[in-house]
Design a protein around this ligand. Structure first.
Ligand code: C5P
Length: 238
């Protein structure tokens, strides 16, 4: 049994580790997140291999550059066959719109399925003090909502956000907007270094459409059993 709303983070370092974990999880997990450490370490073969296993891939490389460069980078990643890509919303409206428009145009030209494009609003590692030191006056929560609206206006499919912000974003951006939330911890599990955590059910109830979960699955003694327990909990919210 799988749940397409669960994205398991592949925070491992080698192709051998990837193959071992994906094989262990088997049919329980259909969607994986590849971050910059793994991608920069092993390259595009990780996306190709996951696609060959019929898995969806969220390529979490958080592009942030001038519009032309970010759009070119997104188009290169689109050709790898990922299901979902992302950019930083703080790159601005023109950057997001250029990347989104060019990705759609190139995918249509190539006749391939266009990935979803989402935006990182404010990194969940940034606290109000860091934010003020950067010279930014708005409350973080207000900035998150503002950036989510900007991403939507630029044509993006959704945002990455903490579960704490999910309900505000849902209210501001309507029902079809993707809200992808990391920092998820099943009740009773170790929080590790995450501070603003939510359970799978509360994140989904607040409006998250996808949950990114790393250590509670890959660091568990029995990763498949851990994933299935999480999926059972998620199934309570449909
Ligand atoms: O192990 P854990 O469940 O904390 O992993 C969460 C994953 O989501 C990690 O790959 C982490 O880098 C990523 N992430 C995050 N917070 C963000 C964006 C991404 O934890 N704001």
């Amino acid at each position: 049994m799988a749940d397409e709303r669960l994205i398991a983070a592949l925070d491992v370092h080698t192709m051998d580790d990837v193959k071992r974990l994906v094989t262990t999880l088997g049919d329980s997990v259909t969607y994986y997140k590849v971050g910059m450490e793994l991608f920069y370490g092993v390259g595009a073969q990780v996306v190709t291999w996951l696609r060959e296993q019929d898995k969806d891939v969220f390529l979490d490389l958080k592009l942030h550059d001038i519009p032309n460069t970010a759009a070119g980078g997104i188009c290169s990643l689109m050709r790898l066959g990922a299901t979902m890509l992302n950019v930083h919303a703080s790159g601005g409206y023109t950057m997001m719109k250029t990347a989104c428009d060019r990705m759609h145009a190139e995918a249509a030209e190539l006749g391939v399925k266009c990935p979803k494009l989402i935006a990182v609003t404010v990194l969940t590692s940034i606290n109000q003090d860091d934010w003020r030191d950067m010279g930014l006056a708005l409350q973080i929560k207000s900035a998150v909502v503002r950036l989510a609206r900007l991403a939507q206006k630029a044509g993006l499919d959704g945002v990455v956000a903490s579960a704490q912000e999910a309900s505000l974003i849902r209210e501001a951006c309507g029902k079809d907007f993707l809200i992808v939330t990391p920092g998820i911890r099943p009740a009773g599990s170790d929080t590790y270094d995450q501070s603003r955590v939510a359970t799978p059910t509360s994140a989904l109830t607040d409006g998250a459409t996808h949950l990114v979960i790393g250590r509670p699955i890959y660091a568990a003694d029995d990763p498949k059993a851990a994933a299935e327990k999480i999926i059972n909990e998620m199934e309570k919210v449909r």
